[in-house]
Design a protein around this ligand. Structure first.
Ligand code: NAP
Length: 302
């Protein structure tokens, strides 16, 4: 039996439209309703036939839903939840896909007192945004982390877990605080580093911008993919997961200083040890199916 019969997606960008496409494929009998604050996005969603109905207001979208998923930037989740509060059926479950969980849990609880809330974070995405960027297989073999609040109904958590498994994801449960620390180091810090290095390279005066771009295959271009990620989403992530990011950044700065010292004093053994350790980490990511083993990310070399 399907976990839900009537699913509403609020926010039809990369993640929302990917969920819509994946639901269409994996659970074609589910009645799908969508809404986005942006009229242009709603129009595109209708043209792409992402849902059975795309409504002009958030309230109309949730009126008969049994699952509502908020797929808006983290900073907008509280407002999106307030927009649906009055029209939400009493037995509906509300979830989200936000990249930070502790703040989001507070925002959802404030906006929707008494509602069954099961927050989720699919650890899957690309550097693109908007309804055209989504695709149905985005969640295949990716983790979806659920962070149910204390006292959440087990049945509600299991229904949301089953929903994500049907979209191809593997599901794990964590506390929101633990989630935020894990993601600070695996996702948020790497994005901050990429944003920094791309900014630094483009600000250099002794090396021209055209040279930075011309010789980018030396490594730089792999950072530019991450640094091209959505500015609104990432501004909100850093403002929301502030404490955990600052803590990881402090550790990173200390490790960077240690490497800086190794270079200065010519400690080749330390550099070699560190690089050997990091190469093994890449191997475990490939072994666990979280990336392709093809060299150079599978780019075609003619
Ligand atoms: P996106 O492509 O920019 O889509 C978000 C959509 O939500 C936009 O169309 C936006 O409209 C709309 N929106 C904003 N505020 C709204 C509101 N109050 N009510 C209704 N619609 C609203 O972003 P995304 O990449 O799908 O990210 C959505 C969520 O997924 C974020 O919380 C993010 O942290 C999380 N997430 C992202 C990734 C990733 O790799 N991208 C991965 C996992 C989780 P406007 O553009 O007009 O504001």
């Amino acid at each position: 039996m399907l976990p839900f019969a009537r699913v509403t997606i609020i926010g039809l960008g990369l993640i929302g439209s990917s969920i819509a496409r994946a639901v269409r494929q994996a659970m074609p009998t589910v009645r799908l309703t969508g809404h986005d604050a942006d009229a242009g996005v709603r129009e595109t969603a209708r043209a792409l036939d992402l849902a059975d109905d795309v409504t002009d207001t958030a309230g109309a979208a949730v009126i008969d839903a049994d699952l509502v998923i908020l797929c808006v930037p983290v900073g907008a989740i509280g407002a999106a939840a307030r927009d649906i509060a009055a029209d939400l059926p009493a037995d509906a479950i509300v979830s989200d896909v936000g990249s930070c969980k502790a703040e989001v849990a507070r925002a959802l609880a404030d906006a929707l007192p008494g509602v069954a809330i099961v927050p989720a974070h699919p650890v899957a995405g690309t550097e693109q945004s908007g309804p055209r960027a989504g695709f149905a297989t985005l969640f295949h073999h990716r983790w979806c982390i659920l962070t149910p609040p204390e006292g959440a109904s087990e049945a509600a958590v299991e229904r949301v877990a089953s929903f994500w498994r049907r979209l191809g994801a593997d599901v794990e449960l964590m506390t929101p605080e633990h989630h935020d620390r894990v993601l600070a180091v695996t996702s948020h810090l790497p994005h901050l580093i990429a944003y920094t290095i791309v900014g630094t390279a483009s600000d250099l005066e002794t090396v021209t911008q055209s040279e930075v771009i011309k010789y980018s295959a030396g490594g730089f271009r792999d950072f530019t993919r991450i640094a091209a990620s959505d500015p609104t989403m990432w501004r909100d992530v850093f403002l929301t997961n502030r404490e955990a990011v600052l803590e990881m950044l402090q550790r990173f700065s200390e490790d960077l200083t240690a490497l800086q010292r190794a270079i200065r004093v010519g400690d080749g053994a330390q550099l070699f040890d560190q690089f050997t350790r990091t190469r093994a980490i890449r191997r475990s990511i490939v072994d666990q199916g979280q990336d392709d083993a093809a060299p150079d990310f599978g780019r075609v070399h003619e």
